[in-house]
Design a protein around this ligand. Structure first.
Ligand code: ADP
Ligand code: MG
Length: 359
């Protein structure tokens, strides 16, 4: 018997009970789900005239999250929000969720329920239905893999390759908050900073780290109304993610540092820490905001649409010919190449060593 099959045969009975319990508490109820949890595969009746979107994400303990600094509910919420954000970036309506778990021996049933509570909390506002998954034991560490489906009107999905020279670059929300929240959660360095900041500032930034807002509503209007020529969600940070649009659209970009949308709490945090808030905004991962390019003729309609949805939207730059490269106009008006920051940027700092755990 191959090792995988052996693992399955030895699966303790309580895992079947767990699945039954999950089905009762969180399983699909909507008509479009012909068969949900409990059969060999889910049966979904697709709506006519729509294209199907499918996205999946795997989170591994110690690589993407740290069970000592997150709660199970937060972990679930954020895992779902990250997947929903991918659907948002395609302009889609999220529809179904599958959850695969590899559970280490020290996990309790109530902890798994908390994980699902967080997952469903992120999904409920959009009517997403849990239709299946898989459950296995893990010898070391928790693994959570989510698959989310969605749909868009036939032919309208937003992609990364449609940006054209002269388009304007926009971003939703504010940037850098999640990175600041992550740094505040670090046991040693975060504690010193937490003491020096107002409670409301700390709470806001940590909440932005644990509970990002997937930009589903505006994403859907962008695709329905054909407002964006390209879009991506910001999971690795603006300076890294903008590169995907540039590469796939074969264009360059100029970002204006002074235009970056920064929250008040982020500014307070940066001041206290003695760093530039704009640097956090450029580097910060896990903001899950949408970055989009917009032809000049669509700008007025876009801005009106965002205002009506009360979705903060800021113009931060413009698409240039490829030869310009990826550049930043800094606060002194100097134009310089924008390096692809990532967490390596802080490679030797303690914060990054601690923070690496979360990415
Ligand atoms: P199979 O052996 O055919 O894969 P399983 O016993 O793994 O069947 O799964 C039975 C049902 O429970 C399926 O509908 C599956 O999608 C669902 N399921 C299994 N694990 C989970 C989970 N962690 N969350 C949600 N649904 C699950
Ligand atoms: Mg299975």
């Amino acid at each position: 018997m191959p090792p995988a099959a052996r693992g399955r045969a030895r699966r303790p009975l309580r895992e079947f009970e767990l699945i039954e319990d999950i089905q009762k508490r969180f399983g699909a109820t909507h008509r479009s789900v012909v068969r949900g949890i409990g059969d060999d595969a889910a049966v979904i009746r697709p709506a006519p005239g729509r294209d199907l979107l499918i996205t999946t994400d795997l989170l591994a303990e110690s690589v993407h999250f740290d069970r000592t600094t997150t709660t199970w509910e937060h972990l679930g919420f954020k895992a779902a929000a990250a997947n929903l954000s991918d659907i948002a970036a395609m302009g889609g309506r999220p529809e179904h969720l599958l959850v695969s778990l590899a559970v280490p021996p020290d996990c309790r049933t109530d902890e798994i329920h908390d994980l699902y509570r967080g997952l469903m909390k992120a999904c409920r506002p959009y009517g997403i239905e849990l239709v299946g998954g898989d459950t296995s034991a893990s010898q070391d560490g928790l693994f959570v893999s989510l698959t989310v489906t969605g749909s868009v009107t036939h032919g309208t999905a937003l992609t990364r390759d449609g940006a054209r020279v002269g388009d304007l670059l926009y971003v939703t929300g504010t940037l850098g908050d999640s990175l600041a929240g992550l740094q505040l959660l670090q046991p040693r360095l975060g504690k010193t900073l937490r003491r020096r900041l107002a409670r409301a500032v700390v709470d806001y930034l940590i909440a932005r780290h644990f509970a990002p807002t997937p930009r589903i509503d505006i994403g859907q209007l962008l695709s329905i109304r054909g407002l964006a020529s390209a879009a991506i969600d910001l999971s690795d940070g603006l300076s890294g993610d903008v590169r995907h649009i540039c590469r796939q659209s074969r264009v360059g970009v100029e970002i204006e540092e002074t235009a970056l949308p920064l929250s008040q709490p982020l500014k307070r945090y940066a001041e206290t820490k003695g760093v530039q808030a704009a640097d956090l905004a450029l580097q910060g991962g896990e903001d899950y905001e949408l970055l989009l390019t917009v032809p000049p003729s669509k700008v007025r309609l876009l801005e009106r649409t965002a205002r009506r949805l009360r979705c903060p939207l800021t113009r931060i730059g413009r698409i240039c010919p490829k030869r310009v490269g990826i550049v930043l106009k800094d606060r002194d008006g100097m134009i310089r190449p924008l390096p692809p920051f990532s967490y390596e940027h802080f490679h030797n700092s303690d914060i990054n060593r601690e923070a690496a755990c979360s990415h």
